[in-house]
Design a protein around this ligand. Sequence first.
Ligand code: ADP
Ligand code: MG
Length: 243
Amino acid sequence: MKEMIRVEKLNKSFGDLHVLKDIDLTVNESDVMCLVGASGSGKSTLLRCLNFLEIKDNGKVIFEGKQIEPKKDNLNEVRQQVGMVFQHFNLFPHKTVLENVIEAPIMVKKIEKKQAIEEGKELLDKVGLGDKYDVYPAKLSGGQKQRVAIARALAMKPKIMLFDEPTSALDPELVGEVLETMKKLAKEGMTMIVVTHEMGFAKEVADYTVYMHDGRIVERGPSNELFDNPKEQRTKDFLSKVL
Ligand code: ADP
Ligand code: MG
């Protein structure tokens, strides 16, 4: 089992607000981990620290066995290996679906356009948008836009994908198609950390689920165990509200 990402005693504050408290976390290759917890518990901040969109105050972030030092290491290089999908898709409105997907590989990775197009089309086929290459985002449903965003993140060939509430902004009838796409990725062996309120998805797809409350990891375990037999009272209270 190869370790992909490990966090040790990670702390992060915004001013006086201590948002992440002594977080320890390990994700191995091909693991799918769901991160659940109430709004404000620090889930997004944790993901952002893993992608170095936020810089921890102290503690360690270790990527493939190498401790990343924000002052010394090239964070752009690390970020390229960590794909991220947000609640809001942020597609370029004046670019077609395919152009959105090939933009970063060409601009950032300097991939030849012909190759980027080939790979971009493959990814769009994979997320079920093989008939939408030349369409502009405004013509897509929210679920389709989010699947473009997933293809766009995958186009950088990340080693791990972070999802921050990828279905929270979607109409209920569009949630399923995005979850199905994520499930397919998980089955293919992608390493994933998913912040979600979709407890059914967490239970079915995630190997592990982590419950966060007030900046701390309260409980973690194989998803079945955490959902069916939570040990901590706070986890029980949370689950009784969301299940
Ligand atoms: P979650 O994703 O679990 O809802 P967040 O990580 O977004 O939680 O936020 C955790 C806490 O940190 C919240 O109280 C939020 O208001 C605060 N916070 C998040 N980002 C910032 C920021 N850039 N500046 C100040 N406070 C922030
Ligand atoms: Mg959040």
